[in-house]
Design a protein around this ligand. Structure first.
Ligand code: ADP
Ligand code: MG
Length: 415
């Protein structure tokens, strides 16, 4: 099957062609027809398999009239996403696929001035992509009207229906017309969330691709046993041995992100950080530099684990293991996008072994172990130009200890 064989507008086909989209991916092949028919859908497919276009293409087609130009006076499709960066990314996919169709989209997120968003809403825009916070502000101020919404999409659906957002989504469902179409997309989902999702829709079609292994097959992932205090030396070594590689490093907290950056700086390695304490404009700038390859190392918290599609990320490093098991899948899924291959490695300290076990149970498989010979381990520490005493004075031991205690407690609870 080729996109040319679909019964979709020539304009959309031209746009797909220009973007280099020739054949649909599995999830696109399975999702596009039922969405075009008006079905509700719960679609689960691995990271990087093209879920965005799986809803963007049929949504655009549905909103196009048979003749004449589309009606853009009301919001007809609302897409919800967990982070500003992801909402922007989806908005960009809509923009590139909607060229010349007369359809347009608006991205609504907090952290920036709301006036330009209000202006666009007043002009009329058929597709809105939003994070919950600002969206509700604009709804309560009366600028964003949802009574004409025909399609609701939840991207990263399991996360959007999880505790933090659940109230928002339930509140939202009450504001939308009953006869709307609802689409859920995610790489991971658990039973509880699945039931919740079903409670929001009518007779959905469920599509699940490769449910056995949630980690995409083009990602080669492994774990290395490295003590907490030694992790920085191994990161330094990985960076030095792969000087031209794009590396995304995940850490547990914002404080740790800054600290890892400082540690790299001390050995003359340039990197950037991204987390929720940064101003929105700064976050966009950081992402852009990483995307363009102007800066090759990005140290991130889990806010960047979901959905972000950056081309050519060579390595994902779990500098700390994720506390939420499914985030393992999302973090490593930032590499190996589309047909690309990717490498992921997790640094697991003694204290994190319980987390590793939880992740392996979740994946229903053991993660390959990278054997580091004792000699290699020692050399990695010895070759670092970093001054040990200087480092010691810089780390805030209290923070580390607190984390260790928390992990220990968790471990004990599991026993
Ligand atoms: P997911 O949401 O499943 O993690 P994305 O929608 O972000 O994946 O897509 C991952 C990458 O694959 C993107 O860079 C996208 O442009 C590319 N892609 C998606 N569908 C196709 C296709 N049919 N042909 C070529 N590239 C595609
Ligand atoms: Mg996605």
């Amino acid at each position: 099957m080729h996109f040319n064989d679909y019964r979709i507008s020539e304009d959309i086909k031209d746009n797909l062609d220009r973007l280099g989209f020739r054949k649909p991916t599995d999830i696109q092949f399975k999702s596009i027809p039922p969405i075009l028919k008006g079905n509700d859908l719960l679609a689960i497919a691995q990271t990087g398999t093209g879920k965005t276009a799986a809803f963007v293409i049929p949504v655009l087609q549905i909103l196009l009239p048979k003749f004449g130009s589309p009606d853009t006076s009301d919001v007809k499709c609302l897409v919800m996403a967990p982070t500003h960066e992801l909402a922007m990314q989806i908005h960009e996919v809509f923009s590139s696929m909607a060229k010349k169709t007369g359809l347009s989209s608006l991205c609504i997120h907090g952290g920036v001035d709301q006036d330009p968003q209000i202006k666009r809403l007043k002009e009329g825009v058929p597709i809105v992509i939003a994070t919950p916070g600002r969206m509700f502000d604009l709804v309560s101020q009366g600028y964003l009207k949802l009574n004409k919404v025909r399609i609701l999409v939840l991207d990263e659906a399991d996360h959007m229906l999880d505790l933090g957002f659940l109230n928002d989504i339930q509140q939202l469902a009450r504001k939308l017309p009953n006869n709307r179409q609802t689409l859920f997309f995610s790489a991971t989902i658990n039973k509880k969330i699945k039931n919740l999702a079903y409670s929001l829709v009518q007779n959905p079609i469920r599509i699940q691709i490769s449910p056995k292994d949630p980690v995409a097959k083009n990602i080669n992932h492994a774990v290395a046993f490295i003590e907490m205090d030694d992790k920085r030396f191994f990161l330094e070594r990985l960076v030095n041995e792969n000087p031209k590689s794009k590396i995304l490093v995940f850490v547990r907290t914002k404080v740790r992100a800054e600290r890892v950056q400082k540690a790299l700086e001390r050995v003359k390695l340039e990197s950037q950080t991204i987390h929720s304490d940064k101003e929105q404009n700064e976050r966009f700038k950081v992402m852009q530099k990483f995307r363009d390859g102007e800066s090759l190392i990005l140290i991130a918290t889990d806010i960047s684990a979901r959905g972000i599609d950056i081309p050519d990320v060579d390595f994902v490093v779990n500098y700390d293991l994720p506390e939420q098991t499914e985030n393992y899948v999302h973090r490593v899924g930032r590499t190996g996008r589309a047909k690309m291959k990717g490498q992921a490695v997790s640094f697991c300290s003694k204290d994190e072994k319980a987390l590793l076990e939880e992740i392996e149970t979740y994946l229903d498989q053991d993660i390959k172990v990278v054997d580091i010979a004792k000699k290699d381990y020692k050399e990695t520490l010895d070759f670092s130009p970093e001054d040990e005493t200087d480092w010691r004075s810089l780390i805030d031991k209290a923070e580390e200890d607190k984390q260790a205690r928390k992990l220990k407690k968790r471990k004990e609870k599991r026993k």
